[in-house]
Design a binder for this molecule. Sequence first.
Ligand code: BTN
Length: 252
Amino acid sequence: MYKIFEKTQIVGSELIYLPKCPSTNDIAADKSRSNTLKDGAIVITDHQYNGKGQRGNTWESVANENLTFSIFLKPVFLSAVKSFILNIIASLSIVEALNTIDPEKFKIKWPNDIMYGERKLGGILVENILRADVISSAIIGIGLNVNQNIFDPVFCATSLRNIFHREFNKNSILNHIIRQFDINYLILRTQDEANLKQKYLHHMYWLYQKHTFRSFETFEGIIEGIDEFGRLKVKTDDRIQIFNLKEITYLK
Ligand code: BTN
């Protein structure tokens, strides 16, 4: 069972637990349509059997072993063009929470995969509802592999248990993430976006390193950060190129 023991301002204002459900993002969306969710509510399940990933993929998670939850927010102060900041807060909060286990080892692979070395252990799916040009509500879905120890090798995935060779308490990790999320969300509400972006860059995977990528063609480049819309900036020999989601693949 889950219990929020952190004293937070918004994130974790209520906790809705479902033993199983298709997708916590979809449940949160249904509840938000019927206006039954508080700002900061969390929908969490131990068995998500039709989880959604980025770019139309699925998110597979073995029952009872991992964290699968969604945070519902009403960031009405945020204009639609700033939506990437929610991805920043989510990935940053997870990495900050995990760094209490092993400092500086967890990285954010743009836009928001959570990595340990070359393996992915977490993913985030942000779904926004816009009204005029503001974000009237956002559902931030988080999947984090905690105690699962067998993965399909094609996914290059890992879990905390595989990394540290012990079981972890899911409720305690959830609470760490919620606390960090609440802190970062407060920073956002006080308009200090630059601070959040700087912290995100600090944890960014492959930042300032030469690597190989594929877009229209394969090329070598150096990740230099993100632009004001959260697009990836990669320096090649002669210029800085800007990439949107789906426009670039990391190779080696
Ligand atoms: C990714 O593709 O990396 C994003 C994965 C996001 C998975 C989480 S699990 C909880 C929430 N509910 C979903 O259906 N998806 C997200």
